[in-house]
Write a protein that binds this ligand. Structure first.
Ligand code: SAM
Length: 324
């Protein structure tokens, strides 16, 4: 429990800050602020941190980045985590580019749930937002469905003037494949000109756009996975759409259940606060469990009541290093 009585049992792990896409809102073209490779945790170190976290009561783990599938030892990491007693869920967040080839072995290695980023279906818009090829991602989504994960979800970051006309096609796609679609408000996590007031599309407006086409039926008891989305069912199409109003929902942090592990081994209690606790002194040169326990306890004790994105927030680290 944190000091506000929230049960915190979810660790999101950025296993790399490298990525094979260049999303406008995340890691823009020309970005050079990489963490040093020697600061990245090894597969063995990540598994050790998870073992400590599981011993403290953490049950859900998510491998993210950067793009976790650019790391060649991803199977070693997932397989090592799977063996730890107490681990309930091993999620993976991916842009899907490499998923067509990797979905099946990832499932076999122990990954239970996959979130795929899909900001547009239109190949030109997708390329403009991410720099990538949407056909590869769609093949990845099909492979993930076939691989039999317990859950596959789609994530779309909302941007006015960029992808709002993709929201309806994405909802139809989600209905057709029976996958939940989550629409995420743009968060101020990178230094780039896309994070302007004009580009910000509130979740409420996305809801209105969908409501022009179909009736939205609230699903107050629907909880899919462990994220903060509020779900609605589109009555005619059958699409299940979750809204993540990180900025406009003033209750957003009330049920926060997570802590993040950055690519360079820092525990970060909140995405929208700068505070971090370096775990590396508890891992290098030798494992010191007392240090690891103390840093986890500190991170929980200092987990703030809410993010301060609305308070003239200036990011110091971009999303990819922190772990989205
Ligand atoms: N590469 C993986 C992926 O594409 O899912 C994992 C890392 S990515 C940082 C995780 C999620 O964070 C993605 O769904 C991405 O769209 C989201 N994200 C990144 N920057 C964001 C921002 N500024 N605002 C809102 N969501 C963001």
């Amino acid at each position: 429990m944190d000091s506000f009585g929230r049960k915190v049992d979810y660790l999101r792990i950025s296993i790399t800050d490298r990525c094979n896409e260049r999303c406008l809102y995340c890691m823009p073209e020309g970005y050079k602020g990489w963490e040093r490779m020697q600061d990245h945790l090894s597969a063995d170190e990540i598994v050790r941190v998870v073992r400590v976290a599981a011993g403290l009561g953490f049950r859900k783990f998510r491998l993210t980045g950067g793009e976790p599938l650019v790391r060649h030892d991803i199977f070693e990491i997932a397989g090592g985590i799977k063996k730890i007693s107490g681990v309930g869920v091993i999620g993976l967040s991916t842009n899907g580019l490499r998923l067509a080839a990797l979905a099946k072995p990832l499932r076999e290695a122990g990954v239970t749930a996959v979130n795929v980023s899909l900001d547009a279906l239109d190949p030109g818009i997708y390329k403009r937002v991410t720099g990538g090829n949407v056909e590869a991602v769609l093949a990845g989504i099909r492979a993930a469905i076939e691989a039999g994960f317990e859950r596959v979800k789609l994530n779309c970051v909302l941007m006015r003037g960029v992808n709002e006309r993709e929201i309806w096609p994405l909802a139809l796609f989600a209905a057709e494949h029976e996958l939940p679609l989550r629409l995420i408000e743009l968060m101020p996590l990178t230094r780039t000109d896309v994070l302007t007031e004009e580009k910000f599309l509130p979740a409420g407006e996305a809801m209105q756009l969908l409501a022009q086409r179909d009736e939205l039926v609230p699903q107050p008891n629907t909880k899919i996975g462990h994220g903060p989305a509020k779900y609605y069912l589109l009555k005619q199409t059958g699409a299940l759409v979750g809204f993540i109003g990180a900025l406009t929902n003033l209750h957003f942090c009330e049920a926060c259940n997570k802590v993040r592990l950055t690519a360079d081994g820092h525990l970060r209690p909140c995405l929208g606060h700068h505070g971090e606790h370096d775990l590396k002194p508890g891992l290098r040169p030798a494992v010191d469990k007392a240090v690891l326990h103390a840093r986890f306890a500190q991170a929980l004790a200092e987990k703030p009541t809410e993010h301060v994105f609305r308070n003239n927030w200036q990011p110091q680290r971009i999303m990819t290093a922190i772990g989205g």
